[in-house]
Write a protein that binds this ligand. Structure first.
Ligand code: SAM
Length: 307
């Protein structure tokens, strides 16, 4: 158990009542008396990509919360008695039970989620106030589309340390040998916002879509409606894991490529001119040569518009 030893509240280490000037130091110590909350990123799946800090925090924590999909990874580091798999009702943003357009089933689920969250928050608060250290374990980097990010607001009065991890964004870049460099731009999306074509940006742009809720078969037709058909696309599946796979194509061809096959559970979709270097044979990226490199300048010139 990670429990700092501290003097009793309101007295210094010799048990004396402090002078006024040292009240703020006492307040600081009071804050430290309570345990800490960590939101920890475990990287994209390859255990070797878990940071030393993440591994240490998981090992030392009094309680480690995770969702079922991360149970195995967390169990490699956390003590069995500390590991707690929580209900999927605690995932992501909550919806108000009476919200417009909800079916009766979804409204009931929203009610259950509100109850589950309230119970969970008071459990965690009790642990932290008793001086326990609590870790919320997350995949990738916890600042990117995390199902846990709501805890920042729920425990606003407590100290939360966010511990970064390698995101699936980083892992996909590594697979594709795709760098974000001066002269290029990247946007990250959950695929929910209306997708522009990227043509408004003067730089080669890559849009990276995390497909947590919106799957390729829904997102790719949207891309086909907005991007020129020869815009390169890569689906980077299970990046950094032994099951890693890359499916490449263009906005016009990629749907046919995935038709009739089951996609792996985890994948990000990269789309845009920024992918051109990754599509070139030089990069060593496992692309289908029939897709060929496709360049924005070629398209723009073909359309008779000066670049
Ligand atoms: C809820 S988001 C969490 C993202 C995570 N925080 C991160 O930084 O990678 C889950 C989505 O991340 C993507 N993802 C997570 N791990 C992945 C992996 N190893 N390979 C490809 N995509 C992954 C998938 O799009 C998945 O639906």
């Amino acid at each position: 158990m990670m429990k700092p030893s501290h003097p009793s509240a309101g007295t210094d280490h010799l048990g004396r009542i402090p002078s006024e000037s040292s009240w703020s130091a006492v307040a600081d110590r009071e804050a430290c008396r309570r345990g800490l909350i960590y939101l920890v990123g475990l990287g994209p799946g390859d255990t070797d990509l878990v940071t030393l800090k993440a591994a240490r925090l998981l090992k030392d924590a009094d309680r480690v919360y995770c969702f079922d999909f991360l149970r195995e990874e967390v169990a490699r580091f956390a003590r069995p008695e500390a590991l707690t798999v929580v209900s999927p009702l605690l995932m992501g943003r909550s919806v108000a039970p009476g919200a417009e357009g909800l079916t009766p089933e979804l409204s009931e689920r929203a009610r259950q989620a509100v109850r589950a969250r309230a119970e969970f928050v008071s459990q965690v608060r009790a642990l932290v106030n008793a001086g326990r250290t609590v870790v919320f374990a997350d995949s990738g980097d916890p600042t990117l589309f995390s199902p846990w990010f709501w805890i920042e607001r729920a425990f606003a009065e407590l100290r939360i340390e966010v511990v970064p991890g390698a995101s699936s964004f980083n892992a996909a870049n590594a697979v594709l040998h795709l760098g974000v460099t001066v002269g290029s731009e990247v946007s990250l999306s959950a695929g929910t916002a209306p997708l522009g074509s990227g043509e408004e940006c003067p730089l080669p742009t890559t849009r990276v879509i995390f497909t947590h809720r919106f799957k390729a078969r829904d997102v790719l037709p949207q891309l086909a409606a907005r991007y020129p058909a020869d815009t390169p696309v890569a689906l980077v599946c299970e990046a950094s894991r032994s099951s890693q796979e890359v499916i490449t194509g263009t906005v016009g061809t990629v749907l046919d490529k995935i038709n009739g096959r089951d996609l792996p559970h985890l994948y990000v979709i990269d789309v845009g001119d920024g992918l051109v270097p990754a599509m070139s044979a030089r990069s060593g990226c496992p692309v289908d040569p029939s897709d060929g490199p496709t360049r924005r300048e070629d398209r723009v010139i073909a359309a008779g518009v000066p670049s």
